[in-house]
Ligand binder design. Sequence first.
Ligand SMILES: NC(=O)C1=CN([C@@H]2O[C@H](COP(=O)(O)OP(=O)(O)OC[C@H]3O[C@@H](n4cnc5c(N)ncnc54)[C@H](OP(=O)(O)O)[C@@H]3O)[C@@H](O)[C@H]2O)C=CC1
Ligand SMILES: N[C@@H](CC=O)C(=O)O
Ligand code: NA
Length: 367
Amino acid sequence: MAAASVGQVNIAVIGAGGVGKCFLAQLEQLAARRPSPKLALTYISTSKKAIYSDEHAAIPINDVSSTLASSRQTPLALSQLVDFLGKSGVNTVLVDNTSSQDVADAYPQFLGRGISIVTPNKKAFSGSYQLWQDIFAAAERSGARVYHESSVGAGLPVISTLKDLVDTGDEVTKIEGVFSGTMSFLFNSFAPTSGSGGQWSAEVKKAKELGYTEPDPRDDLNGLDVARKLTILARLAGLPVESPTAFPVQSLIPKELESATSGDEFLEKLPAFDAQMEETKAAAEKEGKVVRFVGSIDVATKQVKVGLEKFDLSHPIAALKGSDNIISFYTKRYGSNPLIIQGAGAGGDVTAMGVTSDLLKVLSQIA
Ligand SMILES: NC(=O)C1=CN([C@@H]2O[C@H](COP(=O)(O)OP(=O)(O)OC[C@H]3O[C@@H](n4cnc5c(N)ncnc54)[C@H](OP(=O)(O)O)[C@@H]3O)[C@@H](O)[C@H]2O)C=CC1
Ligand SMILES: N[C@@H](CC=O)C(=O)O
Ligand code: NA
């Protein structure tokens, strides 16, 4: 076991893709800006490569994604990683930048060993309600911290705001808005409030290239990504929603492509189905409206739903730009004028910002 190091916090990172790379750049800046506590990257992995040492030696952060790509080490199995990090004798934070359900399922084990977690991964908090309870019970027992701001609205302060409303005794009655950066980008560019807009399938490809989509864009288009976010918010607002499939969710995957075996095959075949989305767009245009992909949680009636709705051109949801999310919290204190949060809801840098700010919160509590 490595000797306990006072004033040091070890950081273990799983996932170095679009968000992970941006997080590593922010971590490098943070470590340079803040001498104390000393931040030591002691483990990093993707699904195939890893860097770590038995001595928990600090890995230089500069250019670490390229070093990782050429590493000959393979990742530790999750149970081994729990053990490896738990034995270091140093306060440790696990940063999960994957969308892996397996990694999410292991959170109770990491937390149980006193390892704090920060993550943009939605899977742990929108999986079974049992997993949700296990995560917070394990953290409560060990004193480890768990933050997941970027799991809803990327870096936008959505989760912290909702927690503040609830913790200060306000009563949240309804949450509604646009919760997907990908869907926002797609509809803002395919069905803009002025001009003709692009081709649906081409916009889907662009959203993937811009780093807005989930690793498999079907997870956005089937509505499940938004359903996961609403599950998280509903639970924080006090509704014990069992899973993201426990309420109505509209999918935009053409029936004929439901059997596509990979995201790449899906993207290749999608142009043949552009006419379906054109019809949806034209139907809204006939009423002088635009179509947008939205979600809502009615806390009083316990109703959660996700899908397409039509909006007047002057509606704030119709007028969104780029990958912007807009999230309205209706509460007893705020009355009929909701508290509104708006801004980029996807993209590597803004998502990593939420992860880095969560890390700062953990550091202020454990170091
Ligand atoms: N992109 C965005 O705008 C936003 C993303 N998020 C969330 O952030 C997370 C990351 O997204 P993003 O960076 O775009 O995804 P990417 O696909 O770009 O990156 C995922 C990374 O995780 C690694 N990985 C996947 N599974 C495992 C595993 N089981 N063990 C170790 N490493 C693994 C991948 O490695 P390999 O390449 O070897 O497979 C890759 O390095 C997701 O949970 C996403 O929902 C949240 C808000 C916004
Ligand atoms: N794919 C998601 C990424 C952020 O959660 C989105 O488009 O919103
Ligand atoms: Na957020």
